[in-house]
Design a protein around this ligand. Sequence first.
Ligand code: 9MR
Length: 863
Amino acid sequence: MSVVALLFAAALASPGTALADGAEPGPEQIANGDFAAGTASWWWTPNATAAVSDGRLCTEVPAGTSNAWDVIVGQNDVPIVAGESYELAYTASSTQPLTVQTRVQEAAEPYTTVLSSADPVGTEATQVTRTFTASVDLPAASVQLQIGGGEKATTFCLDDVSLRGGAEPPVYVPDTGSPVRVNQVGYLPHGPKGGTVVTDADEPLTWAVKTADGTTAATGRTVPQGEDPSSLQRVHTFDFGDLTTVGDGYTVEVDGEVSEPFAIGDDLYDGLRSDALAYFYHNRSGIEIDADLVGEEYARPAGHLGVAPNKGDTDVPCQAGVCDYRLDVSGGWYDAGDHGKYVVNGGISVAQLMATYERTLTAPDAESAELGDGELRVPERDNGVPDILDEARWEMDFLIKMQVPAGEPLAGMVHHKMHDAAWTGLPTKPHLDPQQRELHPPSTAATLNLAATAAQCARLYAPFDQDFADRCLKAAETAWAAAKQHPDVLADPDDGTGGGAYSDNDVSDEFYWAAAELFTTTGKDTYRQAVLSSDLHGDADAVFPAGGGISWGSTGGLGVLTLATVPNGLTADQLGEVRAVVTTAADRYAQQSRAQAYGLPYAPKDQDYVWGSNSQVLNNMIVLATAHDLTGKTAYQDAVLSGADYLLGRNPLNQSYVTGYGERNSHNQHHRFWAHQYDATLPNPAPGSLAGGPNLTAIASGDPVAAEKLGGCAPAMCYIDDIGSWSTNEITVNWNAPLAFIASYLDDAGDGGQAAPARACEVTYSSHPWNSGSTVTVRVRNTGSEPVSPWSLTWLLPGEQRLSHTWSAEFAQSGRTVSARPLAWNKALAPGAAVDFGFNTSASGTAPDPGAFKLNGRACSAG
Ligand code: 9MR
């Protein structure tokens, strides 16, 4: 007898059909036995397909396999304890009667088995009940229904699977570490410094901040806050904002409990700005990821360039019946843990990357140098183009390729998405993905995503590559026209096999966003009318709902932020109205941040944390950051910083959601090639990767880890740093894009100080009609205490104007960016002195005041 057979014989107890009279059935060991959470926790052999239908798991069993074990439906990780009695029960039917080999055994060799029975199942639903007493411990047994070996194909449907007995399965209790919660990265010296402590104490407690060597740097009393509704924890808050001494290794002590360490410093977000942006290069499709840029561990061959086993992305067909052409849709970024490429999600992501750059052209305290050429991890370094625009272009090029070519039905519309025909398993490296890639039908939402982003592209790339800018504008205007012609082509919410559905049944916000971008870039009246006549225009509640905000399916706010910050042809009153939308929303988010014990500027109704809740926090922080850029009001920046505290550790789980940042950081996010938790030869996600975060849909979504471990979780605690938890712990481009924007803002805030800095210059911009255009005179005064020599004034022209005759300065216009430099005689601008110069422009009537000017890179105030 072989060793295997010997073990088998020793372990196998003969099956019975019922527990002894009066015996208690014991605790349930099977997860999701009623399939309420979809297929979560269940697996089947790859030669079968399975799906939940009418609350049952129905498996298509292929014909002509040889053995029962050739086709299996099962569940792993079921704990079996020696000496305990169990009852296994299930209900099944099969369109071709068959005999199920019912097994409870080890998942791998030597397949030690504790239950083995042959159970006939016919076309009517049959209940099978088997009992056994385990003779060995199997800490992670596999419950298997082996249904292969039949000559004919059959549909085998399963319901109400239960295995009762044994010990109570352990209830998952998250390890939340110290009850004292802080931003585990740190705090800006001039910023607020809030923390939260979980405690049952009714009275205030003493807090003490300790330096790295144990000296007390500050003390105070906590403020009891009662029960926090997001976590159901009883908490106090504390604030050590008066401590401004720069240093590393600080901790906060409350009631004998010590927080994770943190720093106080100006440059805390420098690395995060760069890492959050590197995420995009790492996740590029269609290009080798270069070890020189990312290190050996993260280098990989190009994915989806038509090299076997890849079946994409250079020549991709449509799904059956959708189109009869094929497109080269190589390039772009992989969406997330999966290798899909979705226009509506790529759209918001590339828009926010471009906005990160565009902010440096308009915001008083924004730094462009760190996003510039030669600064980031992109292969296009040293090409004369800011690196962040190189990265964004990788996606822009892909989005344009998704446009339906001229001459085809729905020309100018944009395919909603392209992805694998069936989901691949984890891990799968991009270049090893064997699935067929398919284009899915065009949609109005995707078309408007292209219209908006390509319009933004046109104005930003013009100074660097006019041809590309022209191509973007053409794609944008073609897309707009196509969307107007086909305004209600919606993506199918059920088209979710092999990739996400990303369906959206309201595209009024996409229309508004696209109109805003096209108007800002072109100044054309059609787009102005589309902006002004939209129901969303001027409605803060609609574009920035108090309980939510901007997301891939809710993009109106992107248009508002552009209109409020980038010079355009709105009248002063209209601009005031748009800016009021931003500050109204920001006031609400700031209020939420102040009111909540964990300080986050996100308070969904009924604590309904959404999928990707961390990105919702960040998108609200972008509204706050923009309000701060526009007004200089400290309260807005405080709420941004408080949001960063939440994301980096001051939260109910004591979790920093950004890989590599903070002691307790997420590093097992759901991803197909950063899958270290499943395969130790693969890396963890690269530093700067943001986990989606807690959400209440986790369990119902079918996420197996959530189903097993997060039952009954409080809303802000429905999260687990496990690679299998795709609903709480995935990473994706549309979550890292707002992280990049905010990291950039925070890095600038660290460098620039909290309040708007004293302006060192003042600009007066006067215009009057002249011929068919207008004449503009500009006066710039040096209001600082140092001479500026040679001076250089830059601004963005609202709309599409051309400068013609100019005087008293050297002008350069590149796209909408204009710079004026001195002539030999007015090179130096002494403190208090002013220089005047002017030009004629094609703007008819009175040329609008661009509003934002920079003198040698520093913002000026209006004269
Ligand atoms: O971010 C998306 C979220 O808003 C949806 O509720 C969810 C379910 O449709 O899908 C999320 O997007 C996933 C996409 O479908 C596939 N790639 C990974 C995305 C992040 O989880």
